[in-house]
Design a protein around this ligand. Structure first.
Ligand code: B12
Length: 332
């Protein structure tokens, strides 16, 4: 349960009060891990729920994240000061988001936990696979850690992993979209960790992780889909607009946001084909239905739009069409 006072300071952009509240809890004896997990992370999760349900505006969610980043930085600086001198020379770790992943805060949280455990850590945030490769080659870390929150960034994650595949360091992945070790292996990673605590353990013994098993052959469909994405998104959006059951007509902004959502949905279909797991698409389709429902749209309108796109998927995109039909049946 998130502290209401803290949550109010996130919403109103009051970083002084938010940092003060976190420090007060620390003075009262809260453990560092608890504060980072149960205050900052929990606050962000709650902010996400409130945005999804339409209780908080998009702006309020963004403001909250800006405050959370300040609280995270302040707490970590306090904790590093109180444990000054404990940093080891090794292991050295590079932490980044999968290519295209904009959720940098979860990755930062993981990087900070490695820092606090004494690892020399470079946090790159959201970088292209080329930039990741340059840093890894120059800095020669003992471990590379990649974070992925959204399944539609799986193709980007694969590109990031490929870019560092010749590095003399294992690449570990994790984050909200990478639910288990089997999925991490399918994506071509050397290892998976369940959470930051598990990651610290893995990185401390990083040198003993299994070496890469070699290059993989990926299905072409997700990459072909990228070329046809604008046209298919247009079809999906038109289908929604034709069947819309909203009381309010779509204005420019809601149209742009729905178009973006549909593009993410179709890219997730590509991601599901990439790892040959339709449940990846089913989960995001159900989330999309919830998002639209909270904005006055009937979920079946989304399902109809998915079926419409599936009908336009030719032999080259047959797998994507099949997964879209399958997921549409589970949208409710
Ligand atoms: C802030 C935020 C944003 C910000 C991010 C800003 C930033 N600097 O990070 C912005 C505005 C960019 C954003 C964008 C989007 N977002 Co957003 N976002 C959030 C929010 C509110 C908080 C994210 C966060 O910091 N979470 C806190 C951390 C602690 O949670 P965590 O991800 O579980 O991370 C922990 C573990 O997973 C783990 N971990 C993370 N990485 C790694 C790596 C390794 C190796 C290991 C071991 C562990 C590990 O450690 C972390 C710390 O404990 C979440 C809500 C939520 N539940 O997270 C939504 C949320 C993730 N977003 C969501 C969505 C849909 C989007 C968009 C698609 C929205 C849109 N319409 O465009 C885009 C996609 C962006 C993209 N292209 O990648 C949905 C995802 C739903 C789903 N599951 O499919 C969520 C859940 C909101 C919701 N409640 O519906 N978002």
């Amino acid at each position: 349960m998130v502290d209401e006072e803290y949550l109010a300071s996130l919403r109103s952009g009051d970083e002084w009060t938010a940092i003060g509240r976190a420090r007060e809890l620390r003075r009262r004896g809260a453990a560092a891990d608890d504060l980072l997990d149960h205050l900052v992370a929990a606050g962000e999760r709650r902010a996400g729920e409130l945005w999804l349900s339409g209780t908080w505006s998009l702006a309020e969610e963004h403001v909250a994240t800006s405050v959370s980043e300040q609280v995270q930085a302040a707490l970590v600086a306090d904790l590093m000061r109180s444990s000054a001198g404990e940093q080891r020379v090794r292991p050295q770790v590079v932490v980044a988001c999968a290519e295209g992943e904009l959720h940098t805060l979860p990755a930062r949280m993981v990087a900070d936990r490695l820092r606090l455990a004494g690892c020399r850590t470079v946090f790159l945030g959201s970088v292209s696979s080329g930039q990741l490769r340059s840093v890894v080659h120059e800095w020669c870390p003992d471990a590379i850690v990649l974070s992925c929150t959204m399944a539609f960034n799986f193709a980007g994650l694969v590109r990031s992993l490929s870019a560092v595949s010749d590095a003399d360091a294992p690449a570990l992945i994790g984050g909200a979209a990478v639910s288990d070790a089997a999925l991490a292996e399918r994506l071509g990673a050397d290892g998976w960790a369940e959470d930051a605590t598990d990651l610290v353990r893995a990185v401390m013994g990083a040198r003993t992780l299994a070496p890469r098993s070699g290059r993989r052959l990926w299905p072409e469909e997700p990459f072909l889909l990228q070329e046809r994405l604008p046209a298919l998104t247009g079809i999906a959006l038109t289908a929604i607009l034709e069947r819309s059951q909203r009381l309010e007509p779509y204005d420019g902004w809601s149209l742009a946001l729905t178009g973006e959502l549909l593009e993410h949905l179709l890219t997730t279909a590509g991601a599901a084909v990439l790892v040959d797991d339709p449940s990846v698409l089913v989960a995001f389709a159900q989330w999309s239905a919830t998002y639209l429902r909270h904005r006055g749209e009937h979920p079946l309108v989304l399902a109809a739009s998915m079926v419409e796109v599936a009908a336009r998927c030719d032999a080259e995109l047959a797998g994507i069409g099949r997964f879209l039909r399958l997921a549409a049946e589970q949208v409710e």
